[in-house]
Design a protein around this ligand. Structure first.
Ligand SMILES: Cc1ncc(COP(=O)(O)O)c(C=O)c1O
Length: 343
């Protein structure tokens, strides 16, 4: 039995999904979504808040403010509520409605930025808004996940050693890149302690993090429109870019097996499967990190109108459609004329 008194005291660190049946290689998916914030961001948020308390930057009466597309905001709202701080999350139109509701349910506020900055896009505009709040009122404290070393330190201290403990023979680690906190913490740990582990960064096509051309990105979590200050590419062995249509297909392939994961997990799994099939991977053991679960994406990734409007009618093939066409589940045997509730 586990008994806790604050929400950050619980985090499932030991759970992996065996993806061999799906990708045909020894790929294990580390599930980071089982905690009270529902994502890996609880670790970064906890580390950054505790360091800010330690330094005296955060004190009773402070208001945390952060630019987040959802999960860090959710994690900070959990911590702010449990410790009695205020919290303002600055986001943009790609923030999931459920993340907004979650933050507000815990007493936080969400500021949504609609206009991209001329230089730096929506992310640039969000950061300008955070800076303006801090300049206007000195109770606001910005942890700045994009540049805060405690973001990567959280993963150096927790995520990477947990993986190393369970996979002493690990060959390849696939990590999605948003702020690159997870990537840099794991990459630094394995570079310093287990030199033979190859660390592969997985990013969305359209992200500028690794020097690509900016492009449309509809799925929150991975990718940036401003290169993250935390990134040091010398620690990264390989970089993969994944098209969002491939992300969606991977998410739906997992869902067909009963595993509902978030978008960035689809990106990482799609990239990992491609990398493993392009290398002589027969004897390799690989781990990929799944940052969150799929419930926050029910109105987007797992909603057919959203999918078809943005990615076309043929984005999902027979391997990815969750309802088996041959079973004909859309036809009700009791009421032949009745339609499924949602398209
Ligand atoms: C769903 C999801 N995936 C991946 C990431 C990327 O993690 P990191 O910021 O550590 O690169 C995030 C970060 O917000 C996320 O919310």
């Amino acid at each position: 039995m586990t008994v806790i008194s604050t929400p950050v005291d619980f985090n499932e660190e030991e759970l992996y999904v065996d993806l061999r049946p799906m990708v045909g290689h020894a790929l294990f998916l580390k599930c980071e979504g089982f905690n009270f914030a529902g994502s890996i961001k609880l670790k970064a948020a906890t580390e950054m808040v505790e360091a800010a308390e330690w330094s005296g930057a955060l004190r009773p009466g402070s208001i945390l403010v952060e630019s987040s597309s959802g999960n860090l905001g959710v994690a900070l709202s959990v911590i702010a509520a449990s410790k009695g701080y205020g919290f303002v999350c600055v986001t943009d139109s790609r923030c999931n409605l459920s993340a907004r509701r979650f933050i507000e349910a815990l007493g936080g506020r969400v500021h949504t930025i609609a206009e991209p900055a001329a230089d730096g896009g929506l992310l640039g505009a969000r950061i300008a808004h955070v800076r303006a709040l801090c300049a206007a009122d000195d109770r606001y404290v910005w942890l700045n996940q994009y540049a805060n070393a405690d973001n990567w330190r959280a993963h150096y201290r927790t995520t990477a050693p947990a993986i190393a403990r369970h996979f002493p023979e690990l060959d390849v680690l696939f990590v999605g890149a948003g702020t690159t906190g997870t990537l840099m913490g794991c990459a630094r740990y394995f570079r310093e302690l287990r030199r033979r582990v190859r660390v592969v960064a997985v990013d969305s096509a359209g992200s500028v993090t690794f020097g690509g051309e900016p492009g449309r990105r509809m799925i929150p979590g991975l990718g940036t429109s401003v290169r993250p200050a935390l990134l040091n590419e010398s620690y990264v062995d390989d970089v993969l870019l994944v098209e969002e249509a491939d992300t969606i297909r991977a998410c739906h392939r997992l869902a067909r097996r009963g595993f509902l994961f978030g978008g960035s997990t689809g990106t990482v799994v799609s990239g990992a499967a491609r990398w493993l099939s392009g290398h002589d991977a027969r004897d390799l053991t690989a781990v990929a990190i799944a940052p969150d679960l799929g419930e926050r994406y029910l109105d987007t990734l797992y909603q057919s109108t959203w999918l078809h409007d943005l990615f076309g009618d043929d984005v999902l093939g027979p391997d990815e459609l969750t309802a088996d066409l041959e079973l004909d589940l859309d036809r009700c045997p009791l009421h032949p004329g009745c339609q499924p509730l949602s398209p």
